[in-house]
Design a protein around this ligand. Structure first.
Ligand code: C2E
Ligand code: MG
Ligand code: MG
Length: 732
């Protein structure tokens, strides 16, 4: 196959030109040729088209090879330029070669022509492709530089001495230093305590690549998190690292993690975290012999009252303050978490005996007796604590009491507690027992408590229905004026006619009702029902059911409202603190038409003290309605006498525990005497609860106690029996 070749022939001699062309054809070329004799002809030829080859005679009448070469070079032509001459001297030939000619051939050696052309064409092609590659290389260098300079990620090149050799603007921003400041500095200065930098670097060189996360220490001392990828020896001795700042993402992740495992109010771990820790302890217990740990479940008593009386803000502060105080009772290895609104859980790991756990509980109770000062309010918050102990011992029954008298139940043997949740629930169940015993105390979990807890749960469900199904009923117990021996009023006491369990006493279900908030609608019903009954008695017994007269009640004067039969109604703490109580009582007074002074509200001292200042305002408002106020179970709580004095209380009701022991213990007699004196000094009258014997009655009369209530006079009676009792006008 013949090769195409376009040739400019600088030649004045036509024969010589023909000779050359024949030689080329013989070499297998298919030719396009133009013969020129002058510079202008050559320029015109070059303008016309692209040429593969220029063959030039050295000297022409009006032109010359060096001149032709000049023209070709001016135009940047890179095609082979070969001088073909009859008589070129060596000096001229060398000068021409230096000027850029590619070869020269004597006309009498034309056999060299084709091989020389072939070689020069090859070299020209090589030159052309080299220059294309060079251009491409320069372009890609520029591209890379632009990428390097404008990249959002930091890029840094460092050498074998770990010094920065080149950094891009993003790297300067990341590290907080200028280009000049960074070049030559060691990369190690900016890496925050990598676990083992030397090891990491030698791995990097060995594997040529490394990726991962790092903490970068900026020049201003702040820290950034980066994701990096590095290539070793991308040019021998130079290493490239690309760093992507992930500080914001990390912070967001940490926040998410925090939210998942921490309680924002107290800053304590939450239930999920606690269960995690508990799981770890459980695994330890399974592996190690004689390993003991304890879970304490703590619930604030009467937290609802605080919330209703002071609002959420104060309640939240109380929770935070409690959390801090709990922290002071614990060791550095104990875990404290907030697991419910007012519920905290504590994990005490690796204890020696149960007493170690109860000692912590005791410490907490003691700490909580100190008042909290929150927003200028002084408040107390006792807590009920349940304790469940986990161990690795495998005895199937409770162990014999240890030196502290503790028995260790092996829950795992009875298979009731396996999961972390089981332990938390067990401690919660025990806490419930502590609460049912009156709060402010600790109870240890025992396996049969579960049954109790289930029964309690059932009771709660039943209680919700009881209100709707009208299973609740009021009993009435007379309160006797001791100077006359006659009934002056009644106390309304709630009963529950349970469909299967029969009559249930309030001690069993009031704590549940308080705990679940059911007490609010239940208490509202009690108030309405008691007021309705009192109204009925007032109406049925037109004389006003007078019990204040030494005369039989039928003959008593009709006029004085102060002689009207009274009705005492118990108010639970939550109810007392519930907003809307005042409006509700107003409504009841209006609807029933009973005078305010015939309604007595009994509130325990604990409830009053827990509600603190806000209680005073409420009591004053109740007093404006002439409603009588009575402190129930006096002597069992922790009243501050100075506060008591400031409260508009009409009556102190001495707890039956003191009255019942009056005749046996002189100490109890003294307590009753003190209470009576105290009440009188504060301008209050006194009701003694739990009067069971004639001796107690005589004693109380001697102490000038105004009223008595107790089985000696009558047990609580249903409405019908109470009405009959009233009608019989008894006198003691
Ligand atoms: P409380 O208000 O101190 O009521 C007096 C309790 O003592 C009553 O028990 C009564 O039956 C009992 N009692 C009266 N006399 C004697 C006696 O001579 N000897 C003995 N051993 N006990 C006597 P009950 O009815 O079981 O009520 C227990 C508590 O339940 C009440 O104590 C009160 O705190 C609460 N409760 C009763 N009804 C209601 C109610 O409607 N609302 C609220 N919030 N609590 C109520
Ligand atoms: Mg009472
Ligand atoms: Mg009482």
């Amino acid at each position: 196959m013949s090769l195409r070749l376009s040739v400019v022939l600088v030649e004045d001699n036509v024969d010589d030109a023909m000779l050359l062309l024949r030689e080329l054809k013989r070499g297998g070329y298919e030719l396009t040729c133009e013969r020129v004799e002058t510079a202008s002809e050559m320029k015109a030829a070059l303008d016309r088209q692209h040429w593969d080859l220029i063959l030039a005679d050295y000297a022409l009448p009006q032109f010359s090879a060096p001149h032709a070469l000049e023209i070709a070079l001016e135009r940047g032509l890179d095609c082979p330029f070969i001088i073909v001459s009859g008589q070129i001297g060596e000096d001229a030939a060398i000068a021409a070669m230096k000027a850029g000619a590619h070869d020269y051939i004597m006309k009498n050696q034309l056999a060299r022509l084709v091989p020389a052309i072939e070689r020069e064409l090859r070299e020209a092609a090589g030159r052309r492709s080299r220059s294309v590659a060079e251009v491409a290389l320069r372009a890609s260098e520029r591209q890379l530089r632009a990428l390097f300079e404008s990249a959002l990620d930091a890029m840094a090149i460092f050498n074998d001495d770990r010094q920065f050799v080149s950094v891009n603007p993003a790297a300067c921003t990341l590290l907080g230093l200028s280009n000049q400041e960074l070049i030559g500095r060691s990369i190690v200065e900016f890496i925050e305590s990598p676990c083992d930098l030397e090891q990491a670097l030698s791995n990097f060189y060995a594997q040529s690549r490394a990726t991962g996360e790092l903490k970068i220490l900026r020049s201003d001392g702040t820290m950034r998190d980066v994701e990096y990828s590095a290539t070793a020896n991308f040019i021998p001795g130079l290493h490239l690292s690309v760093l992507h700042d992930i500080t914001e993402r990390k912070q967001a992740e940490e926040q998410l993690l925090y939210n998942a495992f921490y309680d924002p109010l107290t800053g304590l771990p939450n239930k999920a975290w606690f269960l995690n820790c508990l799981g770890r302890s459980l695994r330890h217990a399974k592996r190690r012999a004689n390993y003991l740990f304890a879970v304490l479940f703590l619930d604030l008593d009467r937290f609802g009252i605080v919330k209703y009386s002071f609002g959420h803000l104060v309640a939240d502060r109380l929770l935070s303050a409690t959390a801090r105080r709990l922290g002071t009772c614990l060791g550095p290895k104990d875990t404290l978490a907030r697991v419910g609104t007012d519920e905290f859980a504590i994990l005490i790991d690796n204890i020696h005996q149960i007493a170690d756990a109860t000692a912590v509980a005791d410490k907490i109770h003691k700490e909580l007796t100190l008042p909290f000062e929150i927003n200028g309010h002084e408040m107390f918050s006792t807590a009920s604590i349940g304790v469940a102990v986990g161990s690795s011992n495998a005895s199937a029954s409770p162990s014999p009491p240890d030196e502290h008298g503790d028995r260790l139940w092996d829950y795992s043997a009875t298979n009731t507690l396996n999961q972390p949740e089981d332990y938390l629930r067990a401690a919660d169940t025990a806490m419930y027992h502590a609460k049912a015993m009156g709060g402010g105390r600790t109870a240890l979990f025992e396996p049969d408590m579960h049954a109790g807890a289930l029964a309690m749960l059932q009771l709660e469900t039943d209680l919700r229905r009881a209100l709707k199904r009208e299973e609740l009923q009021l009993y009435y117990q007379p309160i006797v004026k001791l100077s006359t021996g006659q009934i002056s009023g009644f106390e309304a006491l709630i009963r529950w006619r349970h469909p299967t369990r029969g009559l249930v006493c309030p001690g069993e279900f009031i704590p549940i009702a308080e705990g679940t908030g059911l007490i609010v609608p239940m208490g509202a019903w009690v108030l309405e029902e008691a007021a309705r009954q009192l109204r009925q008695w007032h109406a049925q017994l037109p004389s006003g059911a007078i019990a204040n007269s030494p005369l039989p009640w039928e003959d008593a004067p009709l006029s004085s409202a102060s002689t009207l039969l009274t009705m005492s109604v118990n108010l639970a703490g939550v109810q007392f603190a519930h907003p809307g109580l005042l409006e509700h009582i107003d409504g009841i007074l209006q609807q029933s038409g009973i005078p305010g002074e015939t309604l007595k509200l009994e509130i325990t001292e604990t409830a009053i003290m827990a509600a603190a200042e806000s209680a005073t305002a409420l009591l004053l408002q109740l007093k404006e309605q002439q409603i009588q106020l009575c402190i129930d179970d006096f002597g069992t709580g922790y009243s501050s006498l100075s506060r008591l004095q400031r409260l508009p209380i009409d009556t102190l009701k001495i707890d039956k525990s003191f009255v019942s022991r009056m005749s046996m213990e002189s100490e109890s007699l003294e307590i009753v005497r003190t209470c009576v004196d105290l009440a009188h000094n504060l301008g209050m009258d006194v009701v003694a609860e739990g009067v069971e014997t004639p001796e107690q009655l005589a004693g109380l009369r001697a102490l000038k106690c105004e009223y008595g209530q107790g089985y000696f006079f009558s047990k609580p009676l249903d409405a019908k029996a109470a009405t009959a009792l009233l009608a019989s006008n008894p006198q003691w």
